[in-house]
Write a protein that binds this ligand. Sequence first.
Ligand code: ADP
Ligand code: MG
Length: 728
Amino acid sequence: MATLRFQALQETFHRVPVTVHETERRSSIFGKNVFNEAAMRQYLTKDSYNSVMDAIENGSKIARGMADHISTGMKEWAISKGATHYTHWFQPLTGATAEKHDAFFETVGNGQTIEKFGGGQLVQQEPDASSFPNGGIRNTFEARGYTAWDPTSPAFIYGTTLCIPTVFVSYTGEALDYKTPLLRALQTIDQAATAVAKYFDKNVSKVNATLGWEQEYFLIDKALVAARPDIALSGRTLLGHASAKGQQLDDHYFGSIPTRVLNYMRDLETECMYLGIPVKTRHNEVAPNQFELAPIFEETNLAVDHNSLLMDVMDKVADRHNFKVLFHEKPFKGVNGSGKHNNWSLATNTGVNLLGPGSTPMKNLQFLTFFINTLKAVNEYEELLRASIASASNDHRLGANEAPPAIISAFIGSQLTQVLDELEKVTNGKLSPQEKTDLKLNVVGKIPEILLDNTDRNRTSPFAFTGNKFELRAVGSKANCANPMTVLNAIVAKQLIEFKEKVDGLIKNKKMKKDDAIFNVLREYIKDSKRIRFEGDGYGEAWEKEAKKRGLSNHKTTPEALKAKISKKSIALFEELGIMNKVEIEARYEIETEEYALRIQIEGRILGDIARNHVIPTAIRYQNILIENVQGLKDIYGAGFKKLAGEQMELIEQISEHIAKINNGITQMIEERKKANTIINAEKRASAYCTKVKPYFDEIRYHCDKLELLVDDEIWPLPKYRELLFTR
Ligand code: ADP
Ligand code: MG
């Protein structure tokens, strides 16, 4: 008997839901472990409180002397909450979060000890970070990278450690993390959007990009995962025959949440409350054992930190509930994958959502301005946006019979399409008073009404307008949102800067009124960005053909998609806006292509091992049983045995054929891996892994899955799809 599999199943069947105690109201525990405004008021002097707030609100620098006061207050607060250690918490380009804990505890001679945490320790650290990916920026023998405090994301206590969100940069100032370019992009969009928002309201002095992510994930019993080396090591199943019942019946989506899972979610949400992560929604997703968690949206930098932290918390809490969380975008073949929709908008310090239609024509002109500029930006940089969400794991989702496709397009709904069609007809040059009145009354003025009943939501579009925000749906469930958010905010910032120059130019040189100038530029933009608008179904060849005609990119694999990152156009964009320089961009490209090759390499090894060490030996065992049976029949019936043993003999042959195909496939795959490994250039190596190594996966899997169907269930060693997806 396949011991591990059946032991795991036994364990899983006997699980009882882990009890959780939710005694306190969520509102009263929210943010209890965060050094937020309330905690700062209590633990900081007025001056130091003001300097942190000034840094958060206006990006001003915190004086070194002030940092000493802040660190002391922070330490006192943390110790009062039971913290013993502190760490600079950062997001290196590995995708995970990194931390190295130091104790507050220090000796001061004569056997005396104190708890100490100075301003210097708060502001800057030098982790021995030589083994984080750096794409060649910082050779190991060079000076080390350092982490620097990001006061815009509050410190928090995780376990017994005070975590201080930081950026991670090289000694020479190049970004080595996700946060640094994101912060630069957010600063840029703030400036660009504020300048444009001032056309409509002089009181606007700051614009925050907002982000509300929706995290999808699978929950699988820990014991079952332990019996599946592929899931344990790569986060997805590399083989496994489809379950007779999958998601066809749609009976899981929004269905009642199983108790074990619900308890996990409640436990998780309580942890989130303490950490100030405002989670709000939980539900079943489309696939069996797939779920979703979404918070209330926040300022983008904070939301990104919260998502990174959340993924870590999810892992830890899952362990208590004997689950393993699968963040992989496509853990199961033939079953829906997971994404992380990024809901994005712009909010002013005066409390206005710039992508939310308002109650007056002027407010709606403001809405249209930001709405159309966003479309134009995505139209210009669709390829870069696609690159920002590319990864080996997300490739299984984008462009693989799954929504959304690898082609970036924007869905805006039929009513807004009509509005844009009307606006496109606006007179070139000065508008007549009548035209203006008409526009305001009948087009712009009507937007809020029409949006209220704009319910026709397209679920396959990678970039959809959903009433008062855009939803970038192409982001992978495993990804760090910083990457796509850096790109989206950068391209919209660039677009808004260009828009402002044009409008100002018309006002100054053509003596146009402000409204006329805005209408004129918007009209041109609507025309320019038509190709990005697509209201149809994003699947299939028809759209692929159409998109090709429109000149939209359709990069189905990561190595292809990533190239846009180092195009002249992208480098110019990031350099011009001061978000990243050429060295930083190229280093990131190198890291990502390298990571791609490594992922495929690891998967190839795992698949080879499982197929050779688990599948083939099992198939041979079963084949031997069949051979024994045939031999027995022959012994009893002599020459007439063939009539009785025909089926068995055919099975024996089929098994041999599959084994041969698997073995052959693995041998060839290994050959291709060897060849790929000799390629020094990272881009070419990634491409070799993609086009030469990866194609063997399907072939090997196909024959393994056939064997799964042939071989006696009693001896099959790996938990099957039905067991992974339907046990809970
Ligand atoms: P759904 O898209 O699933 O139908 P909602 O429209 O309620 O659901 O919103 C989904 C997500 O959008 C939530 O995480 C929410 O926080 C986020 N969201 C709502 N408004 C904004 C906004 N102005 N900026 C960014 N995210 C937002
Ligand atoms: Mg949504």
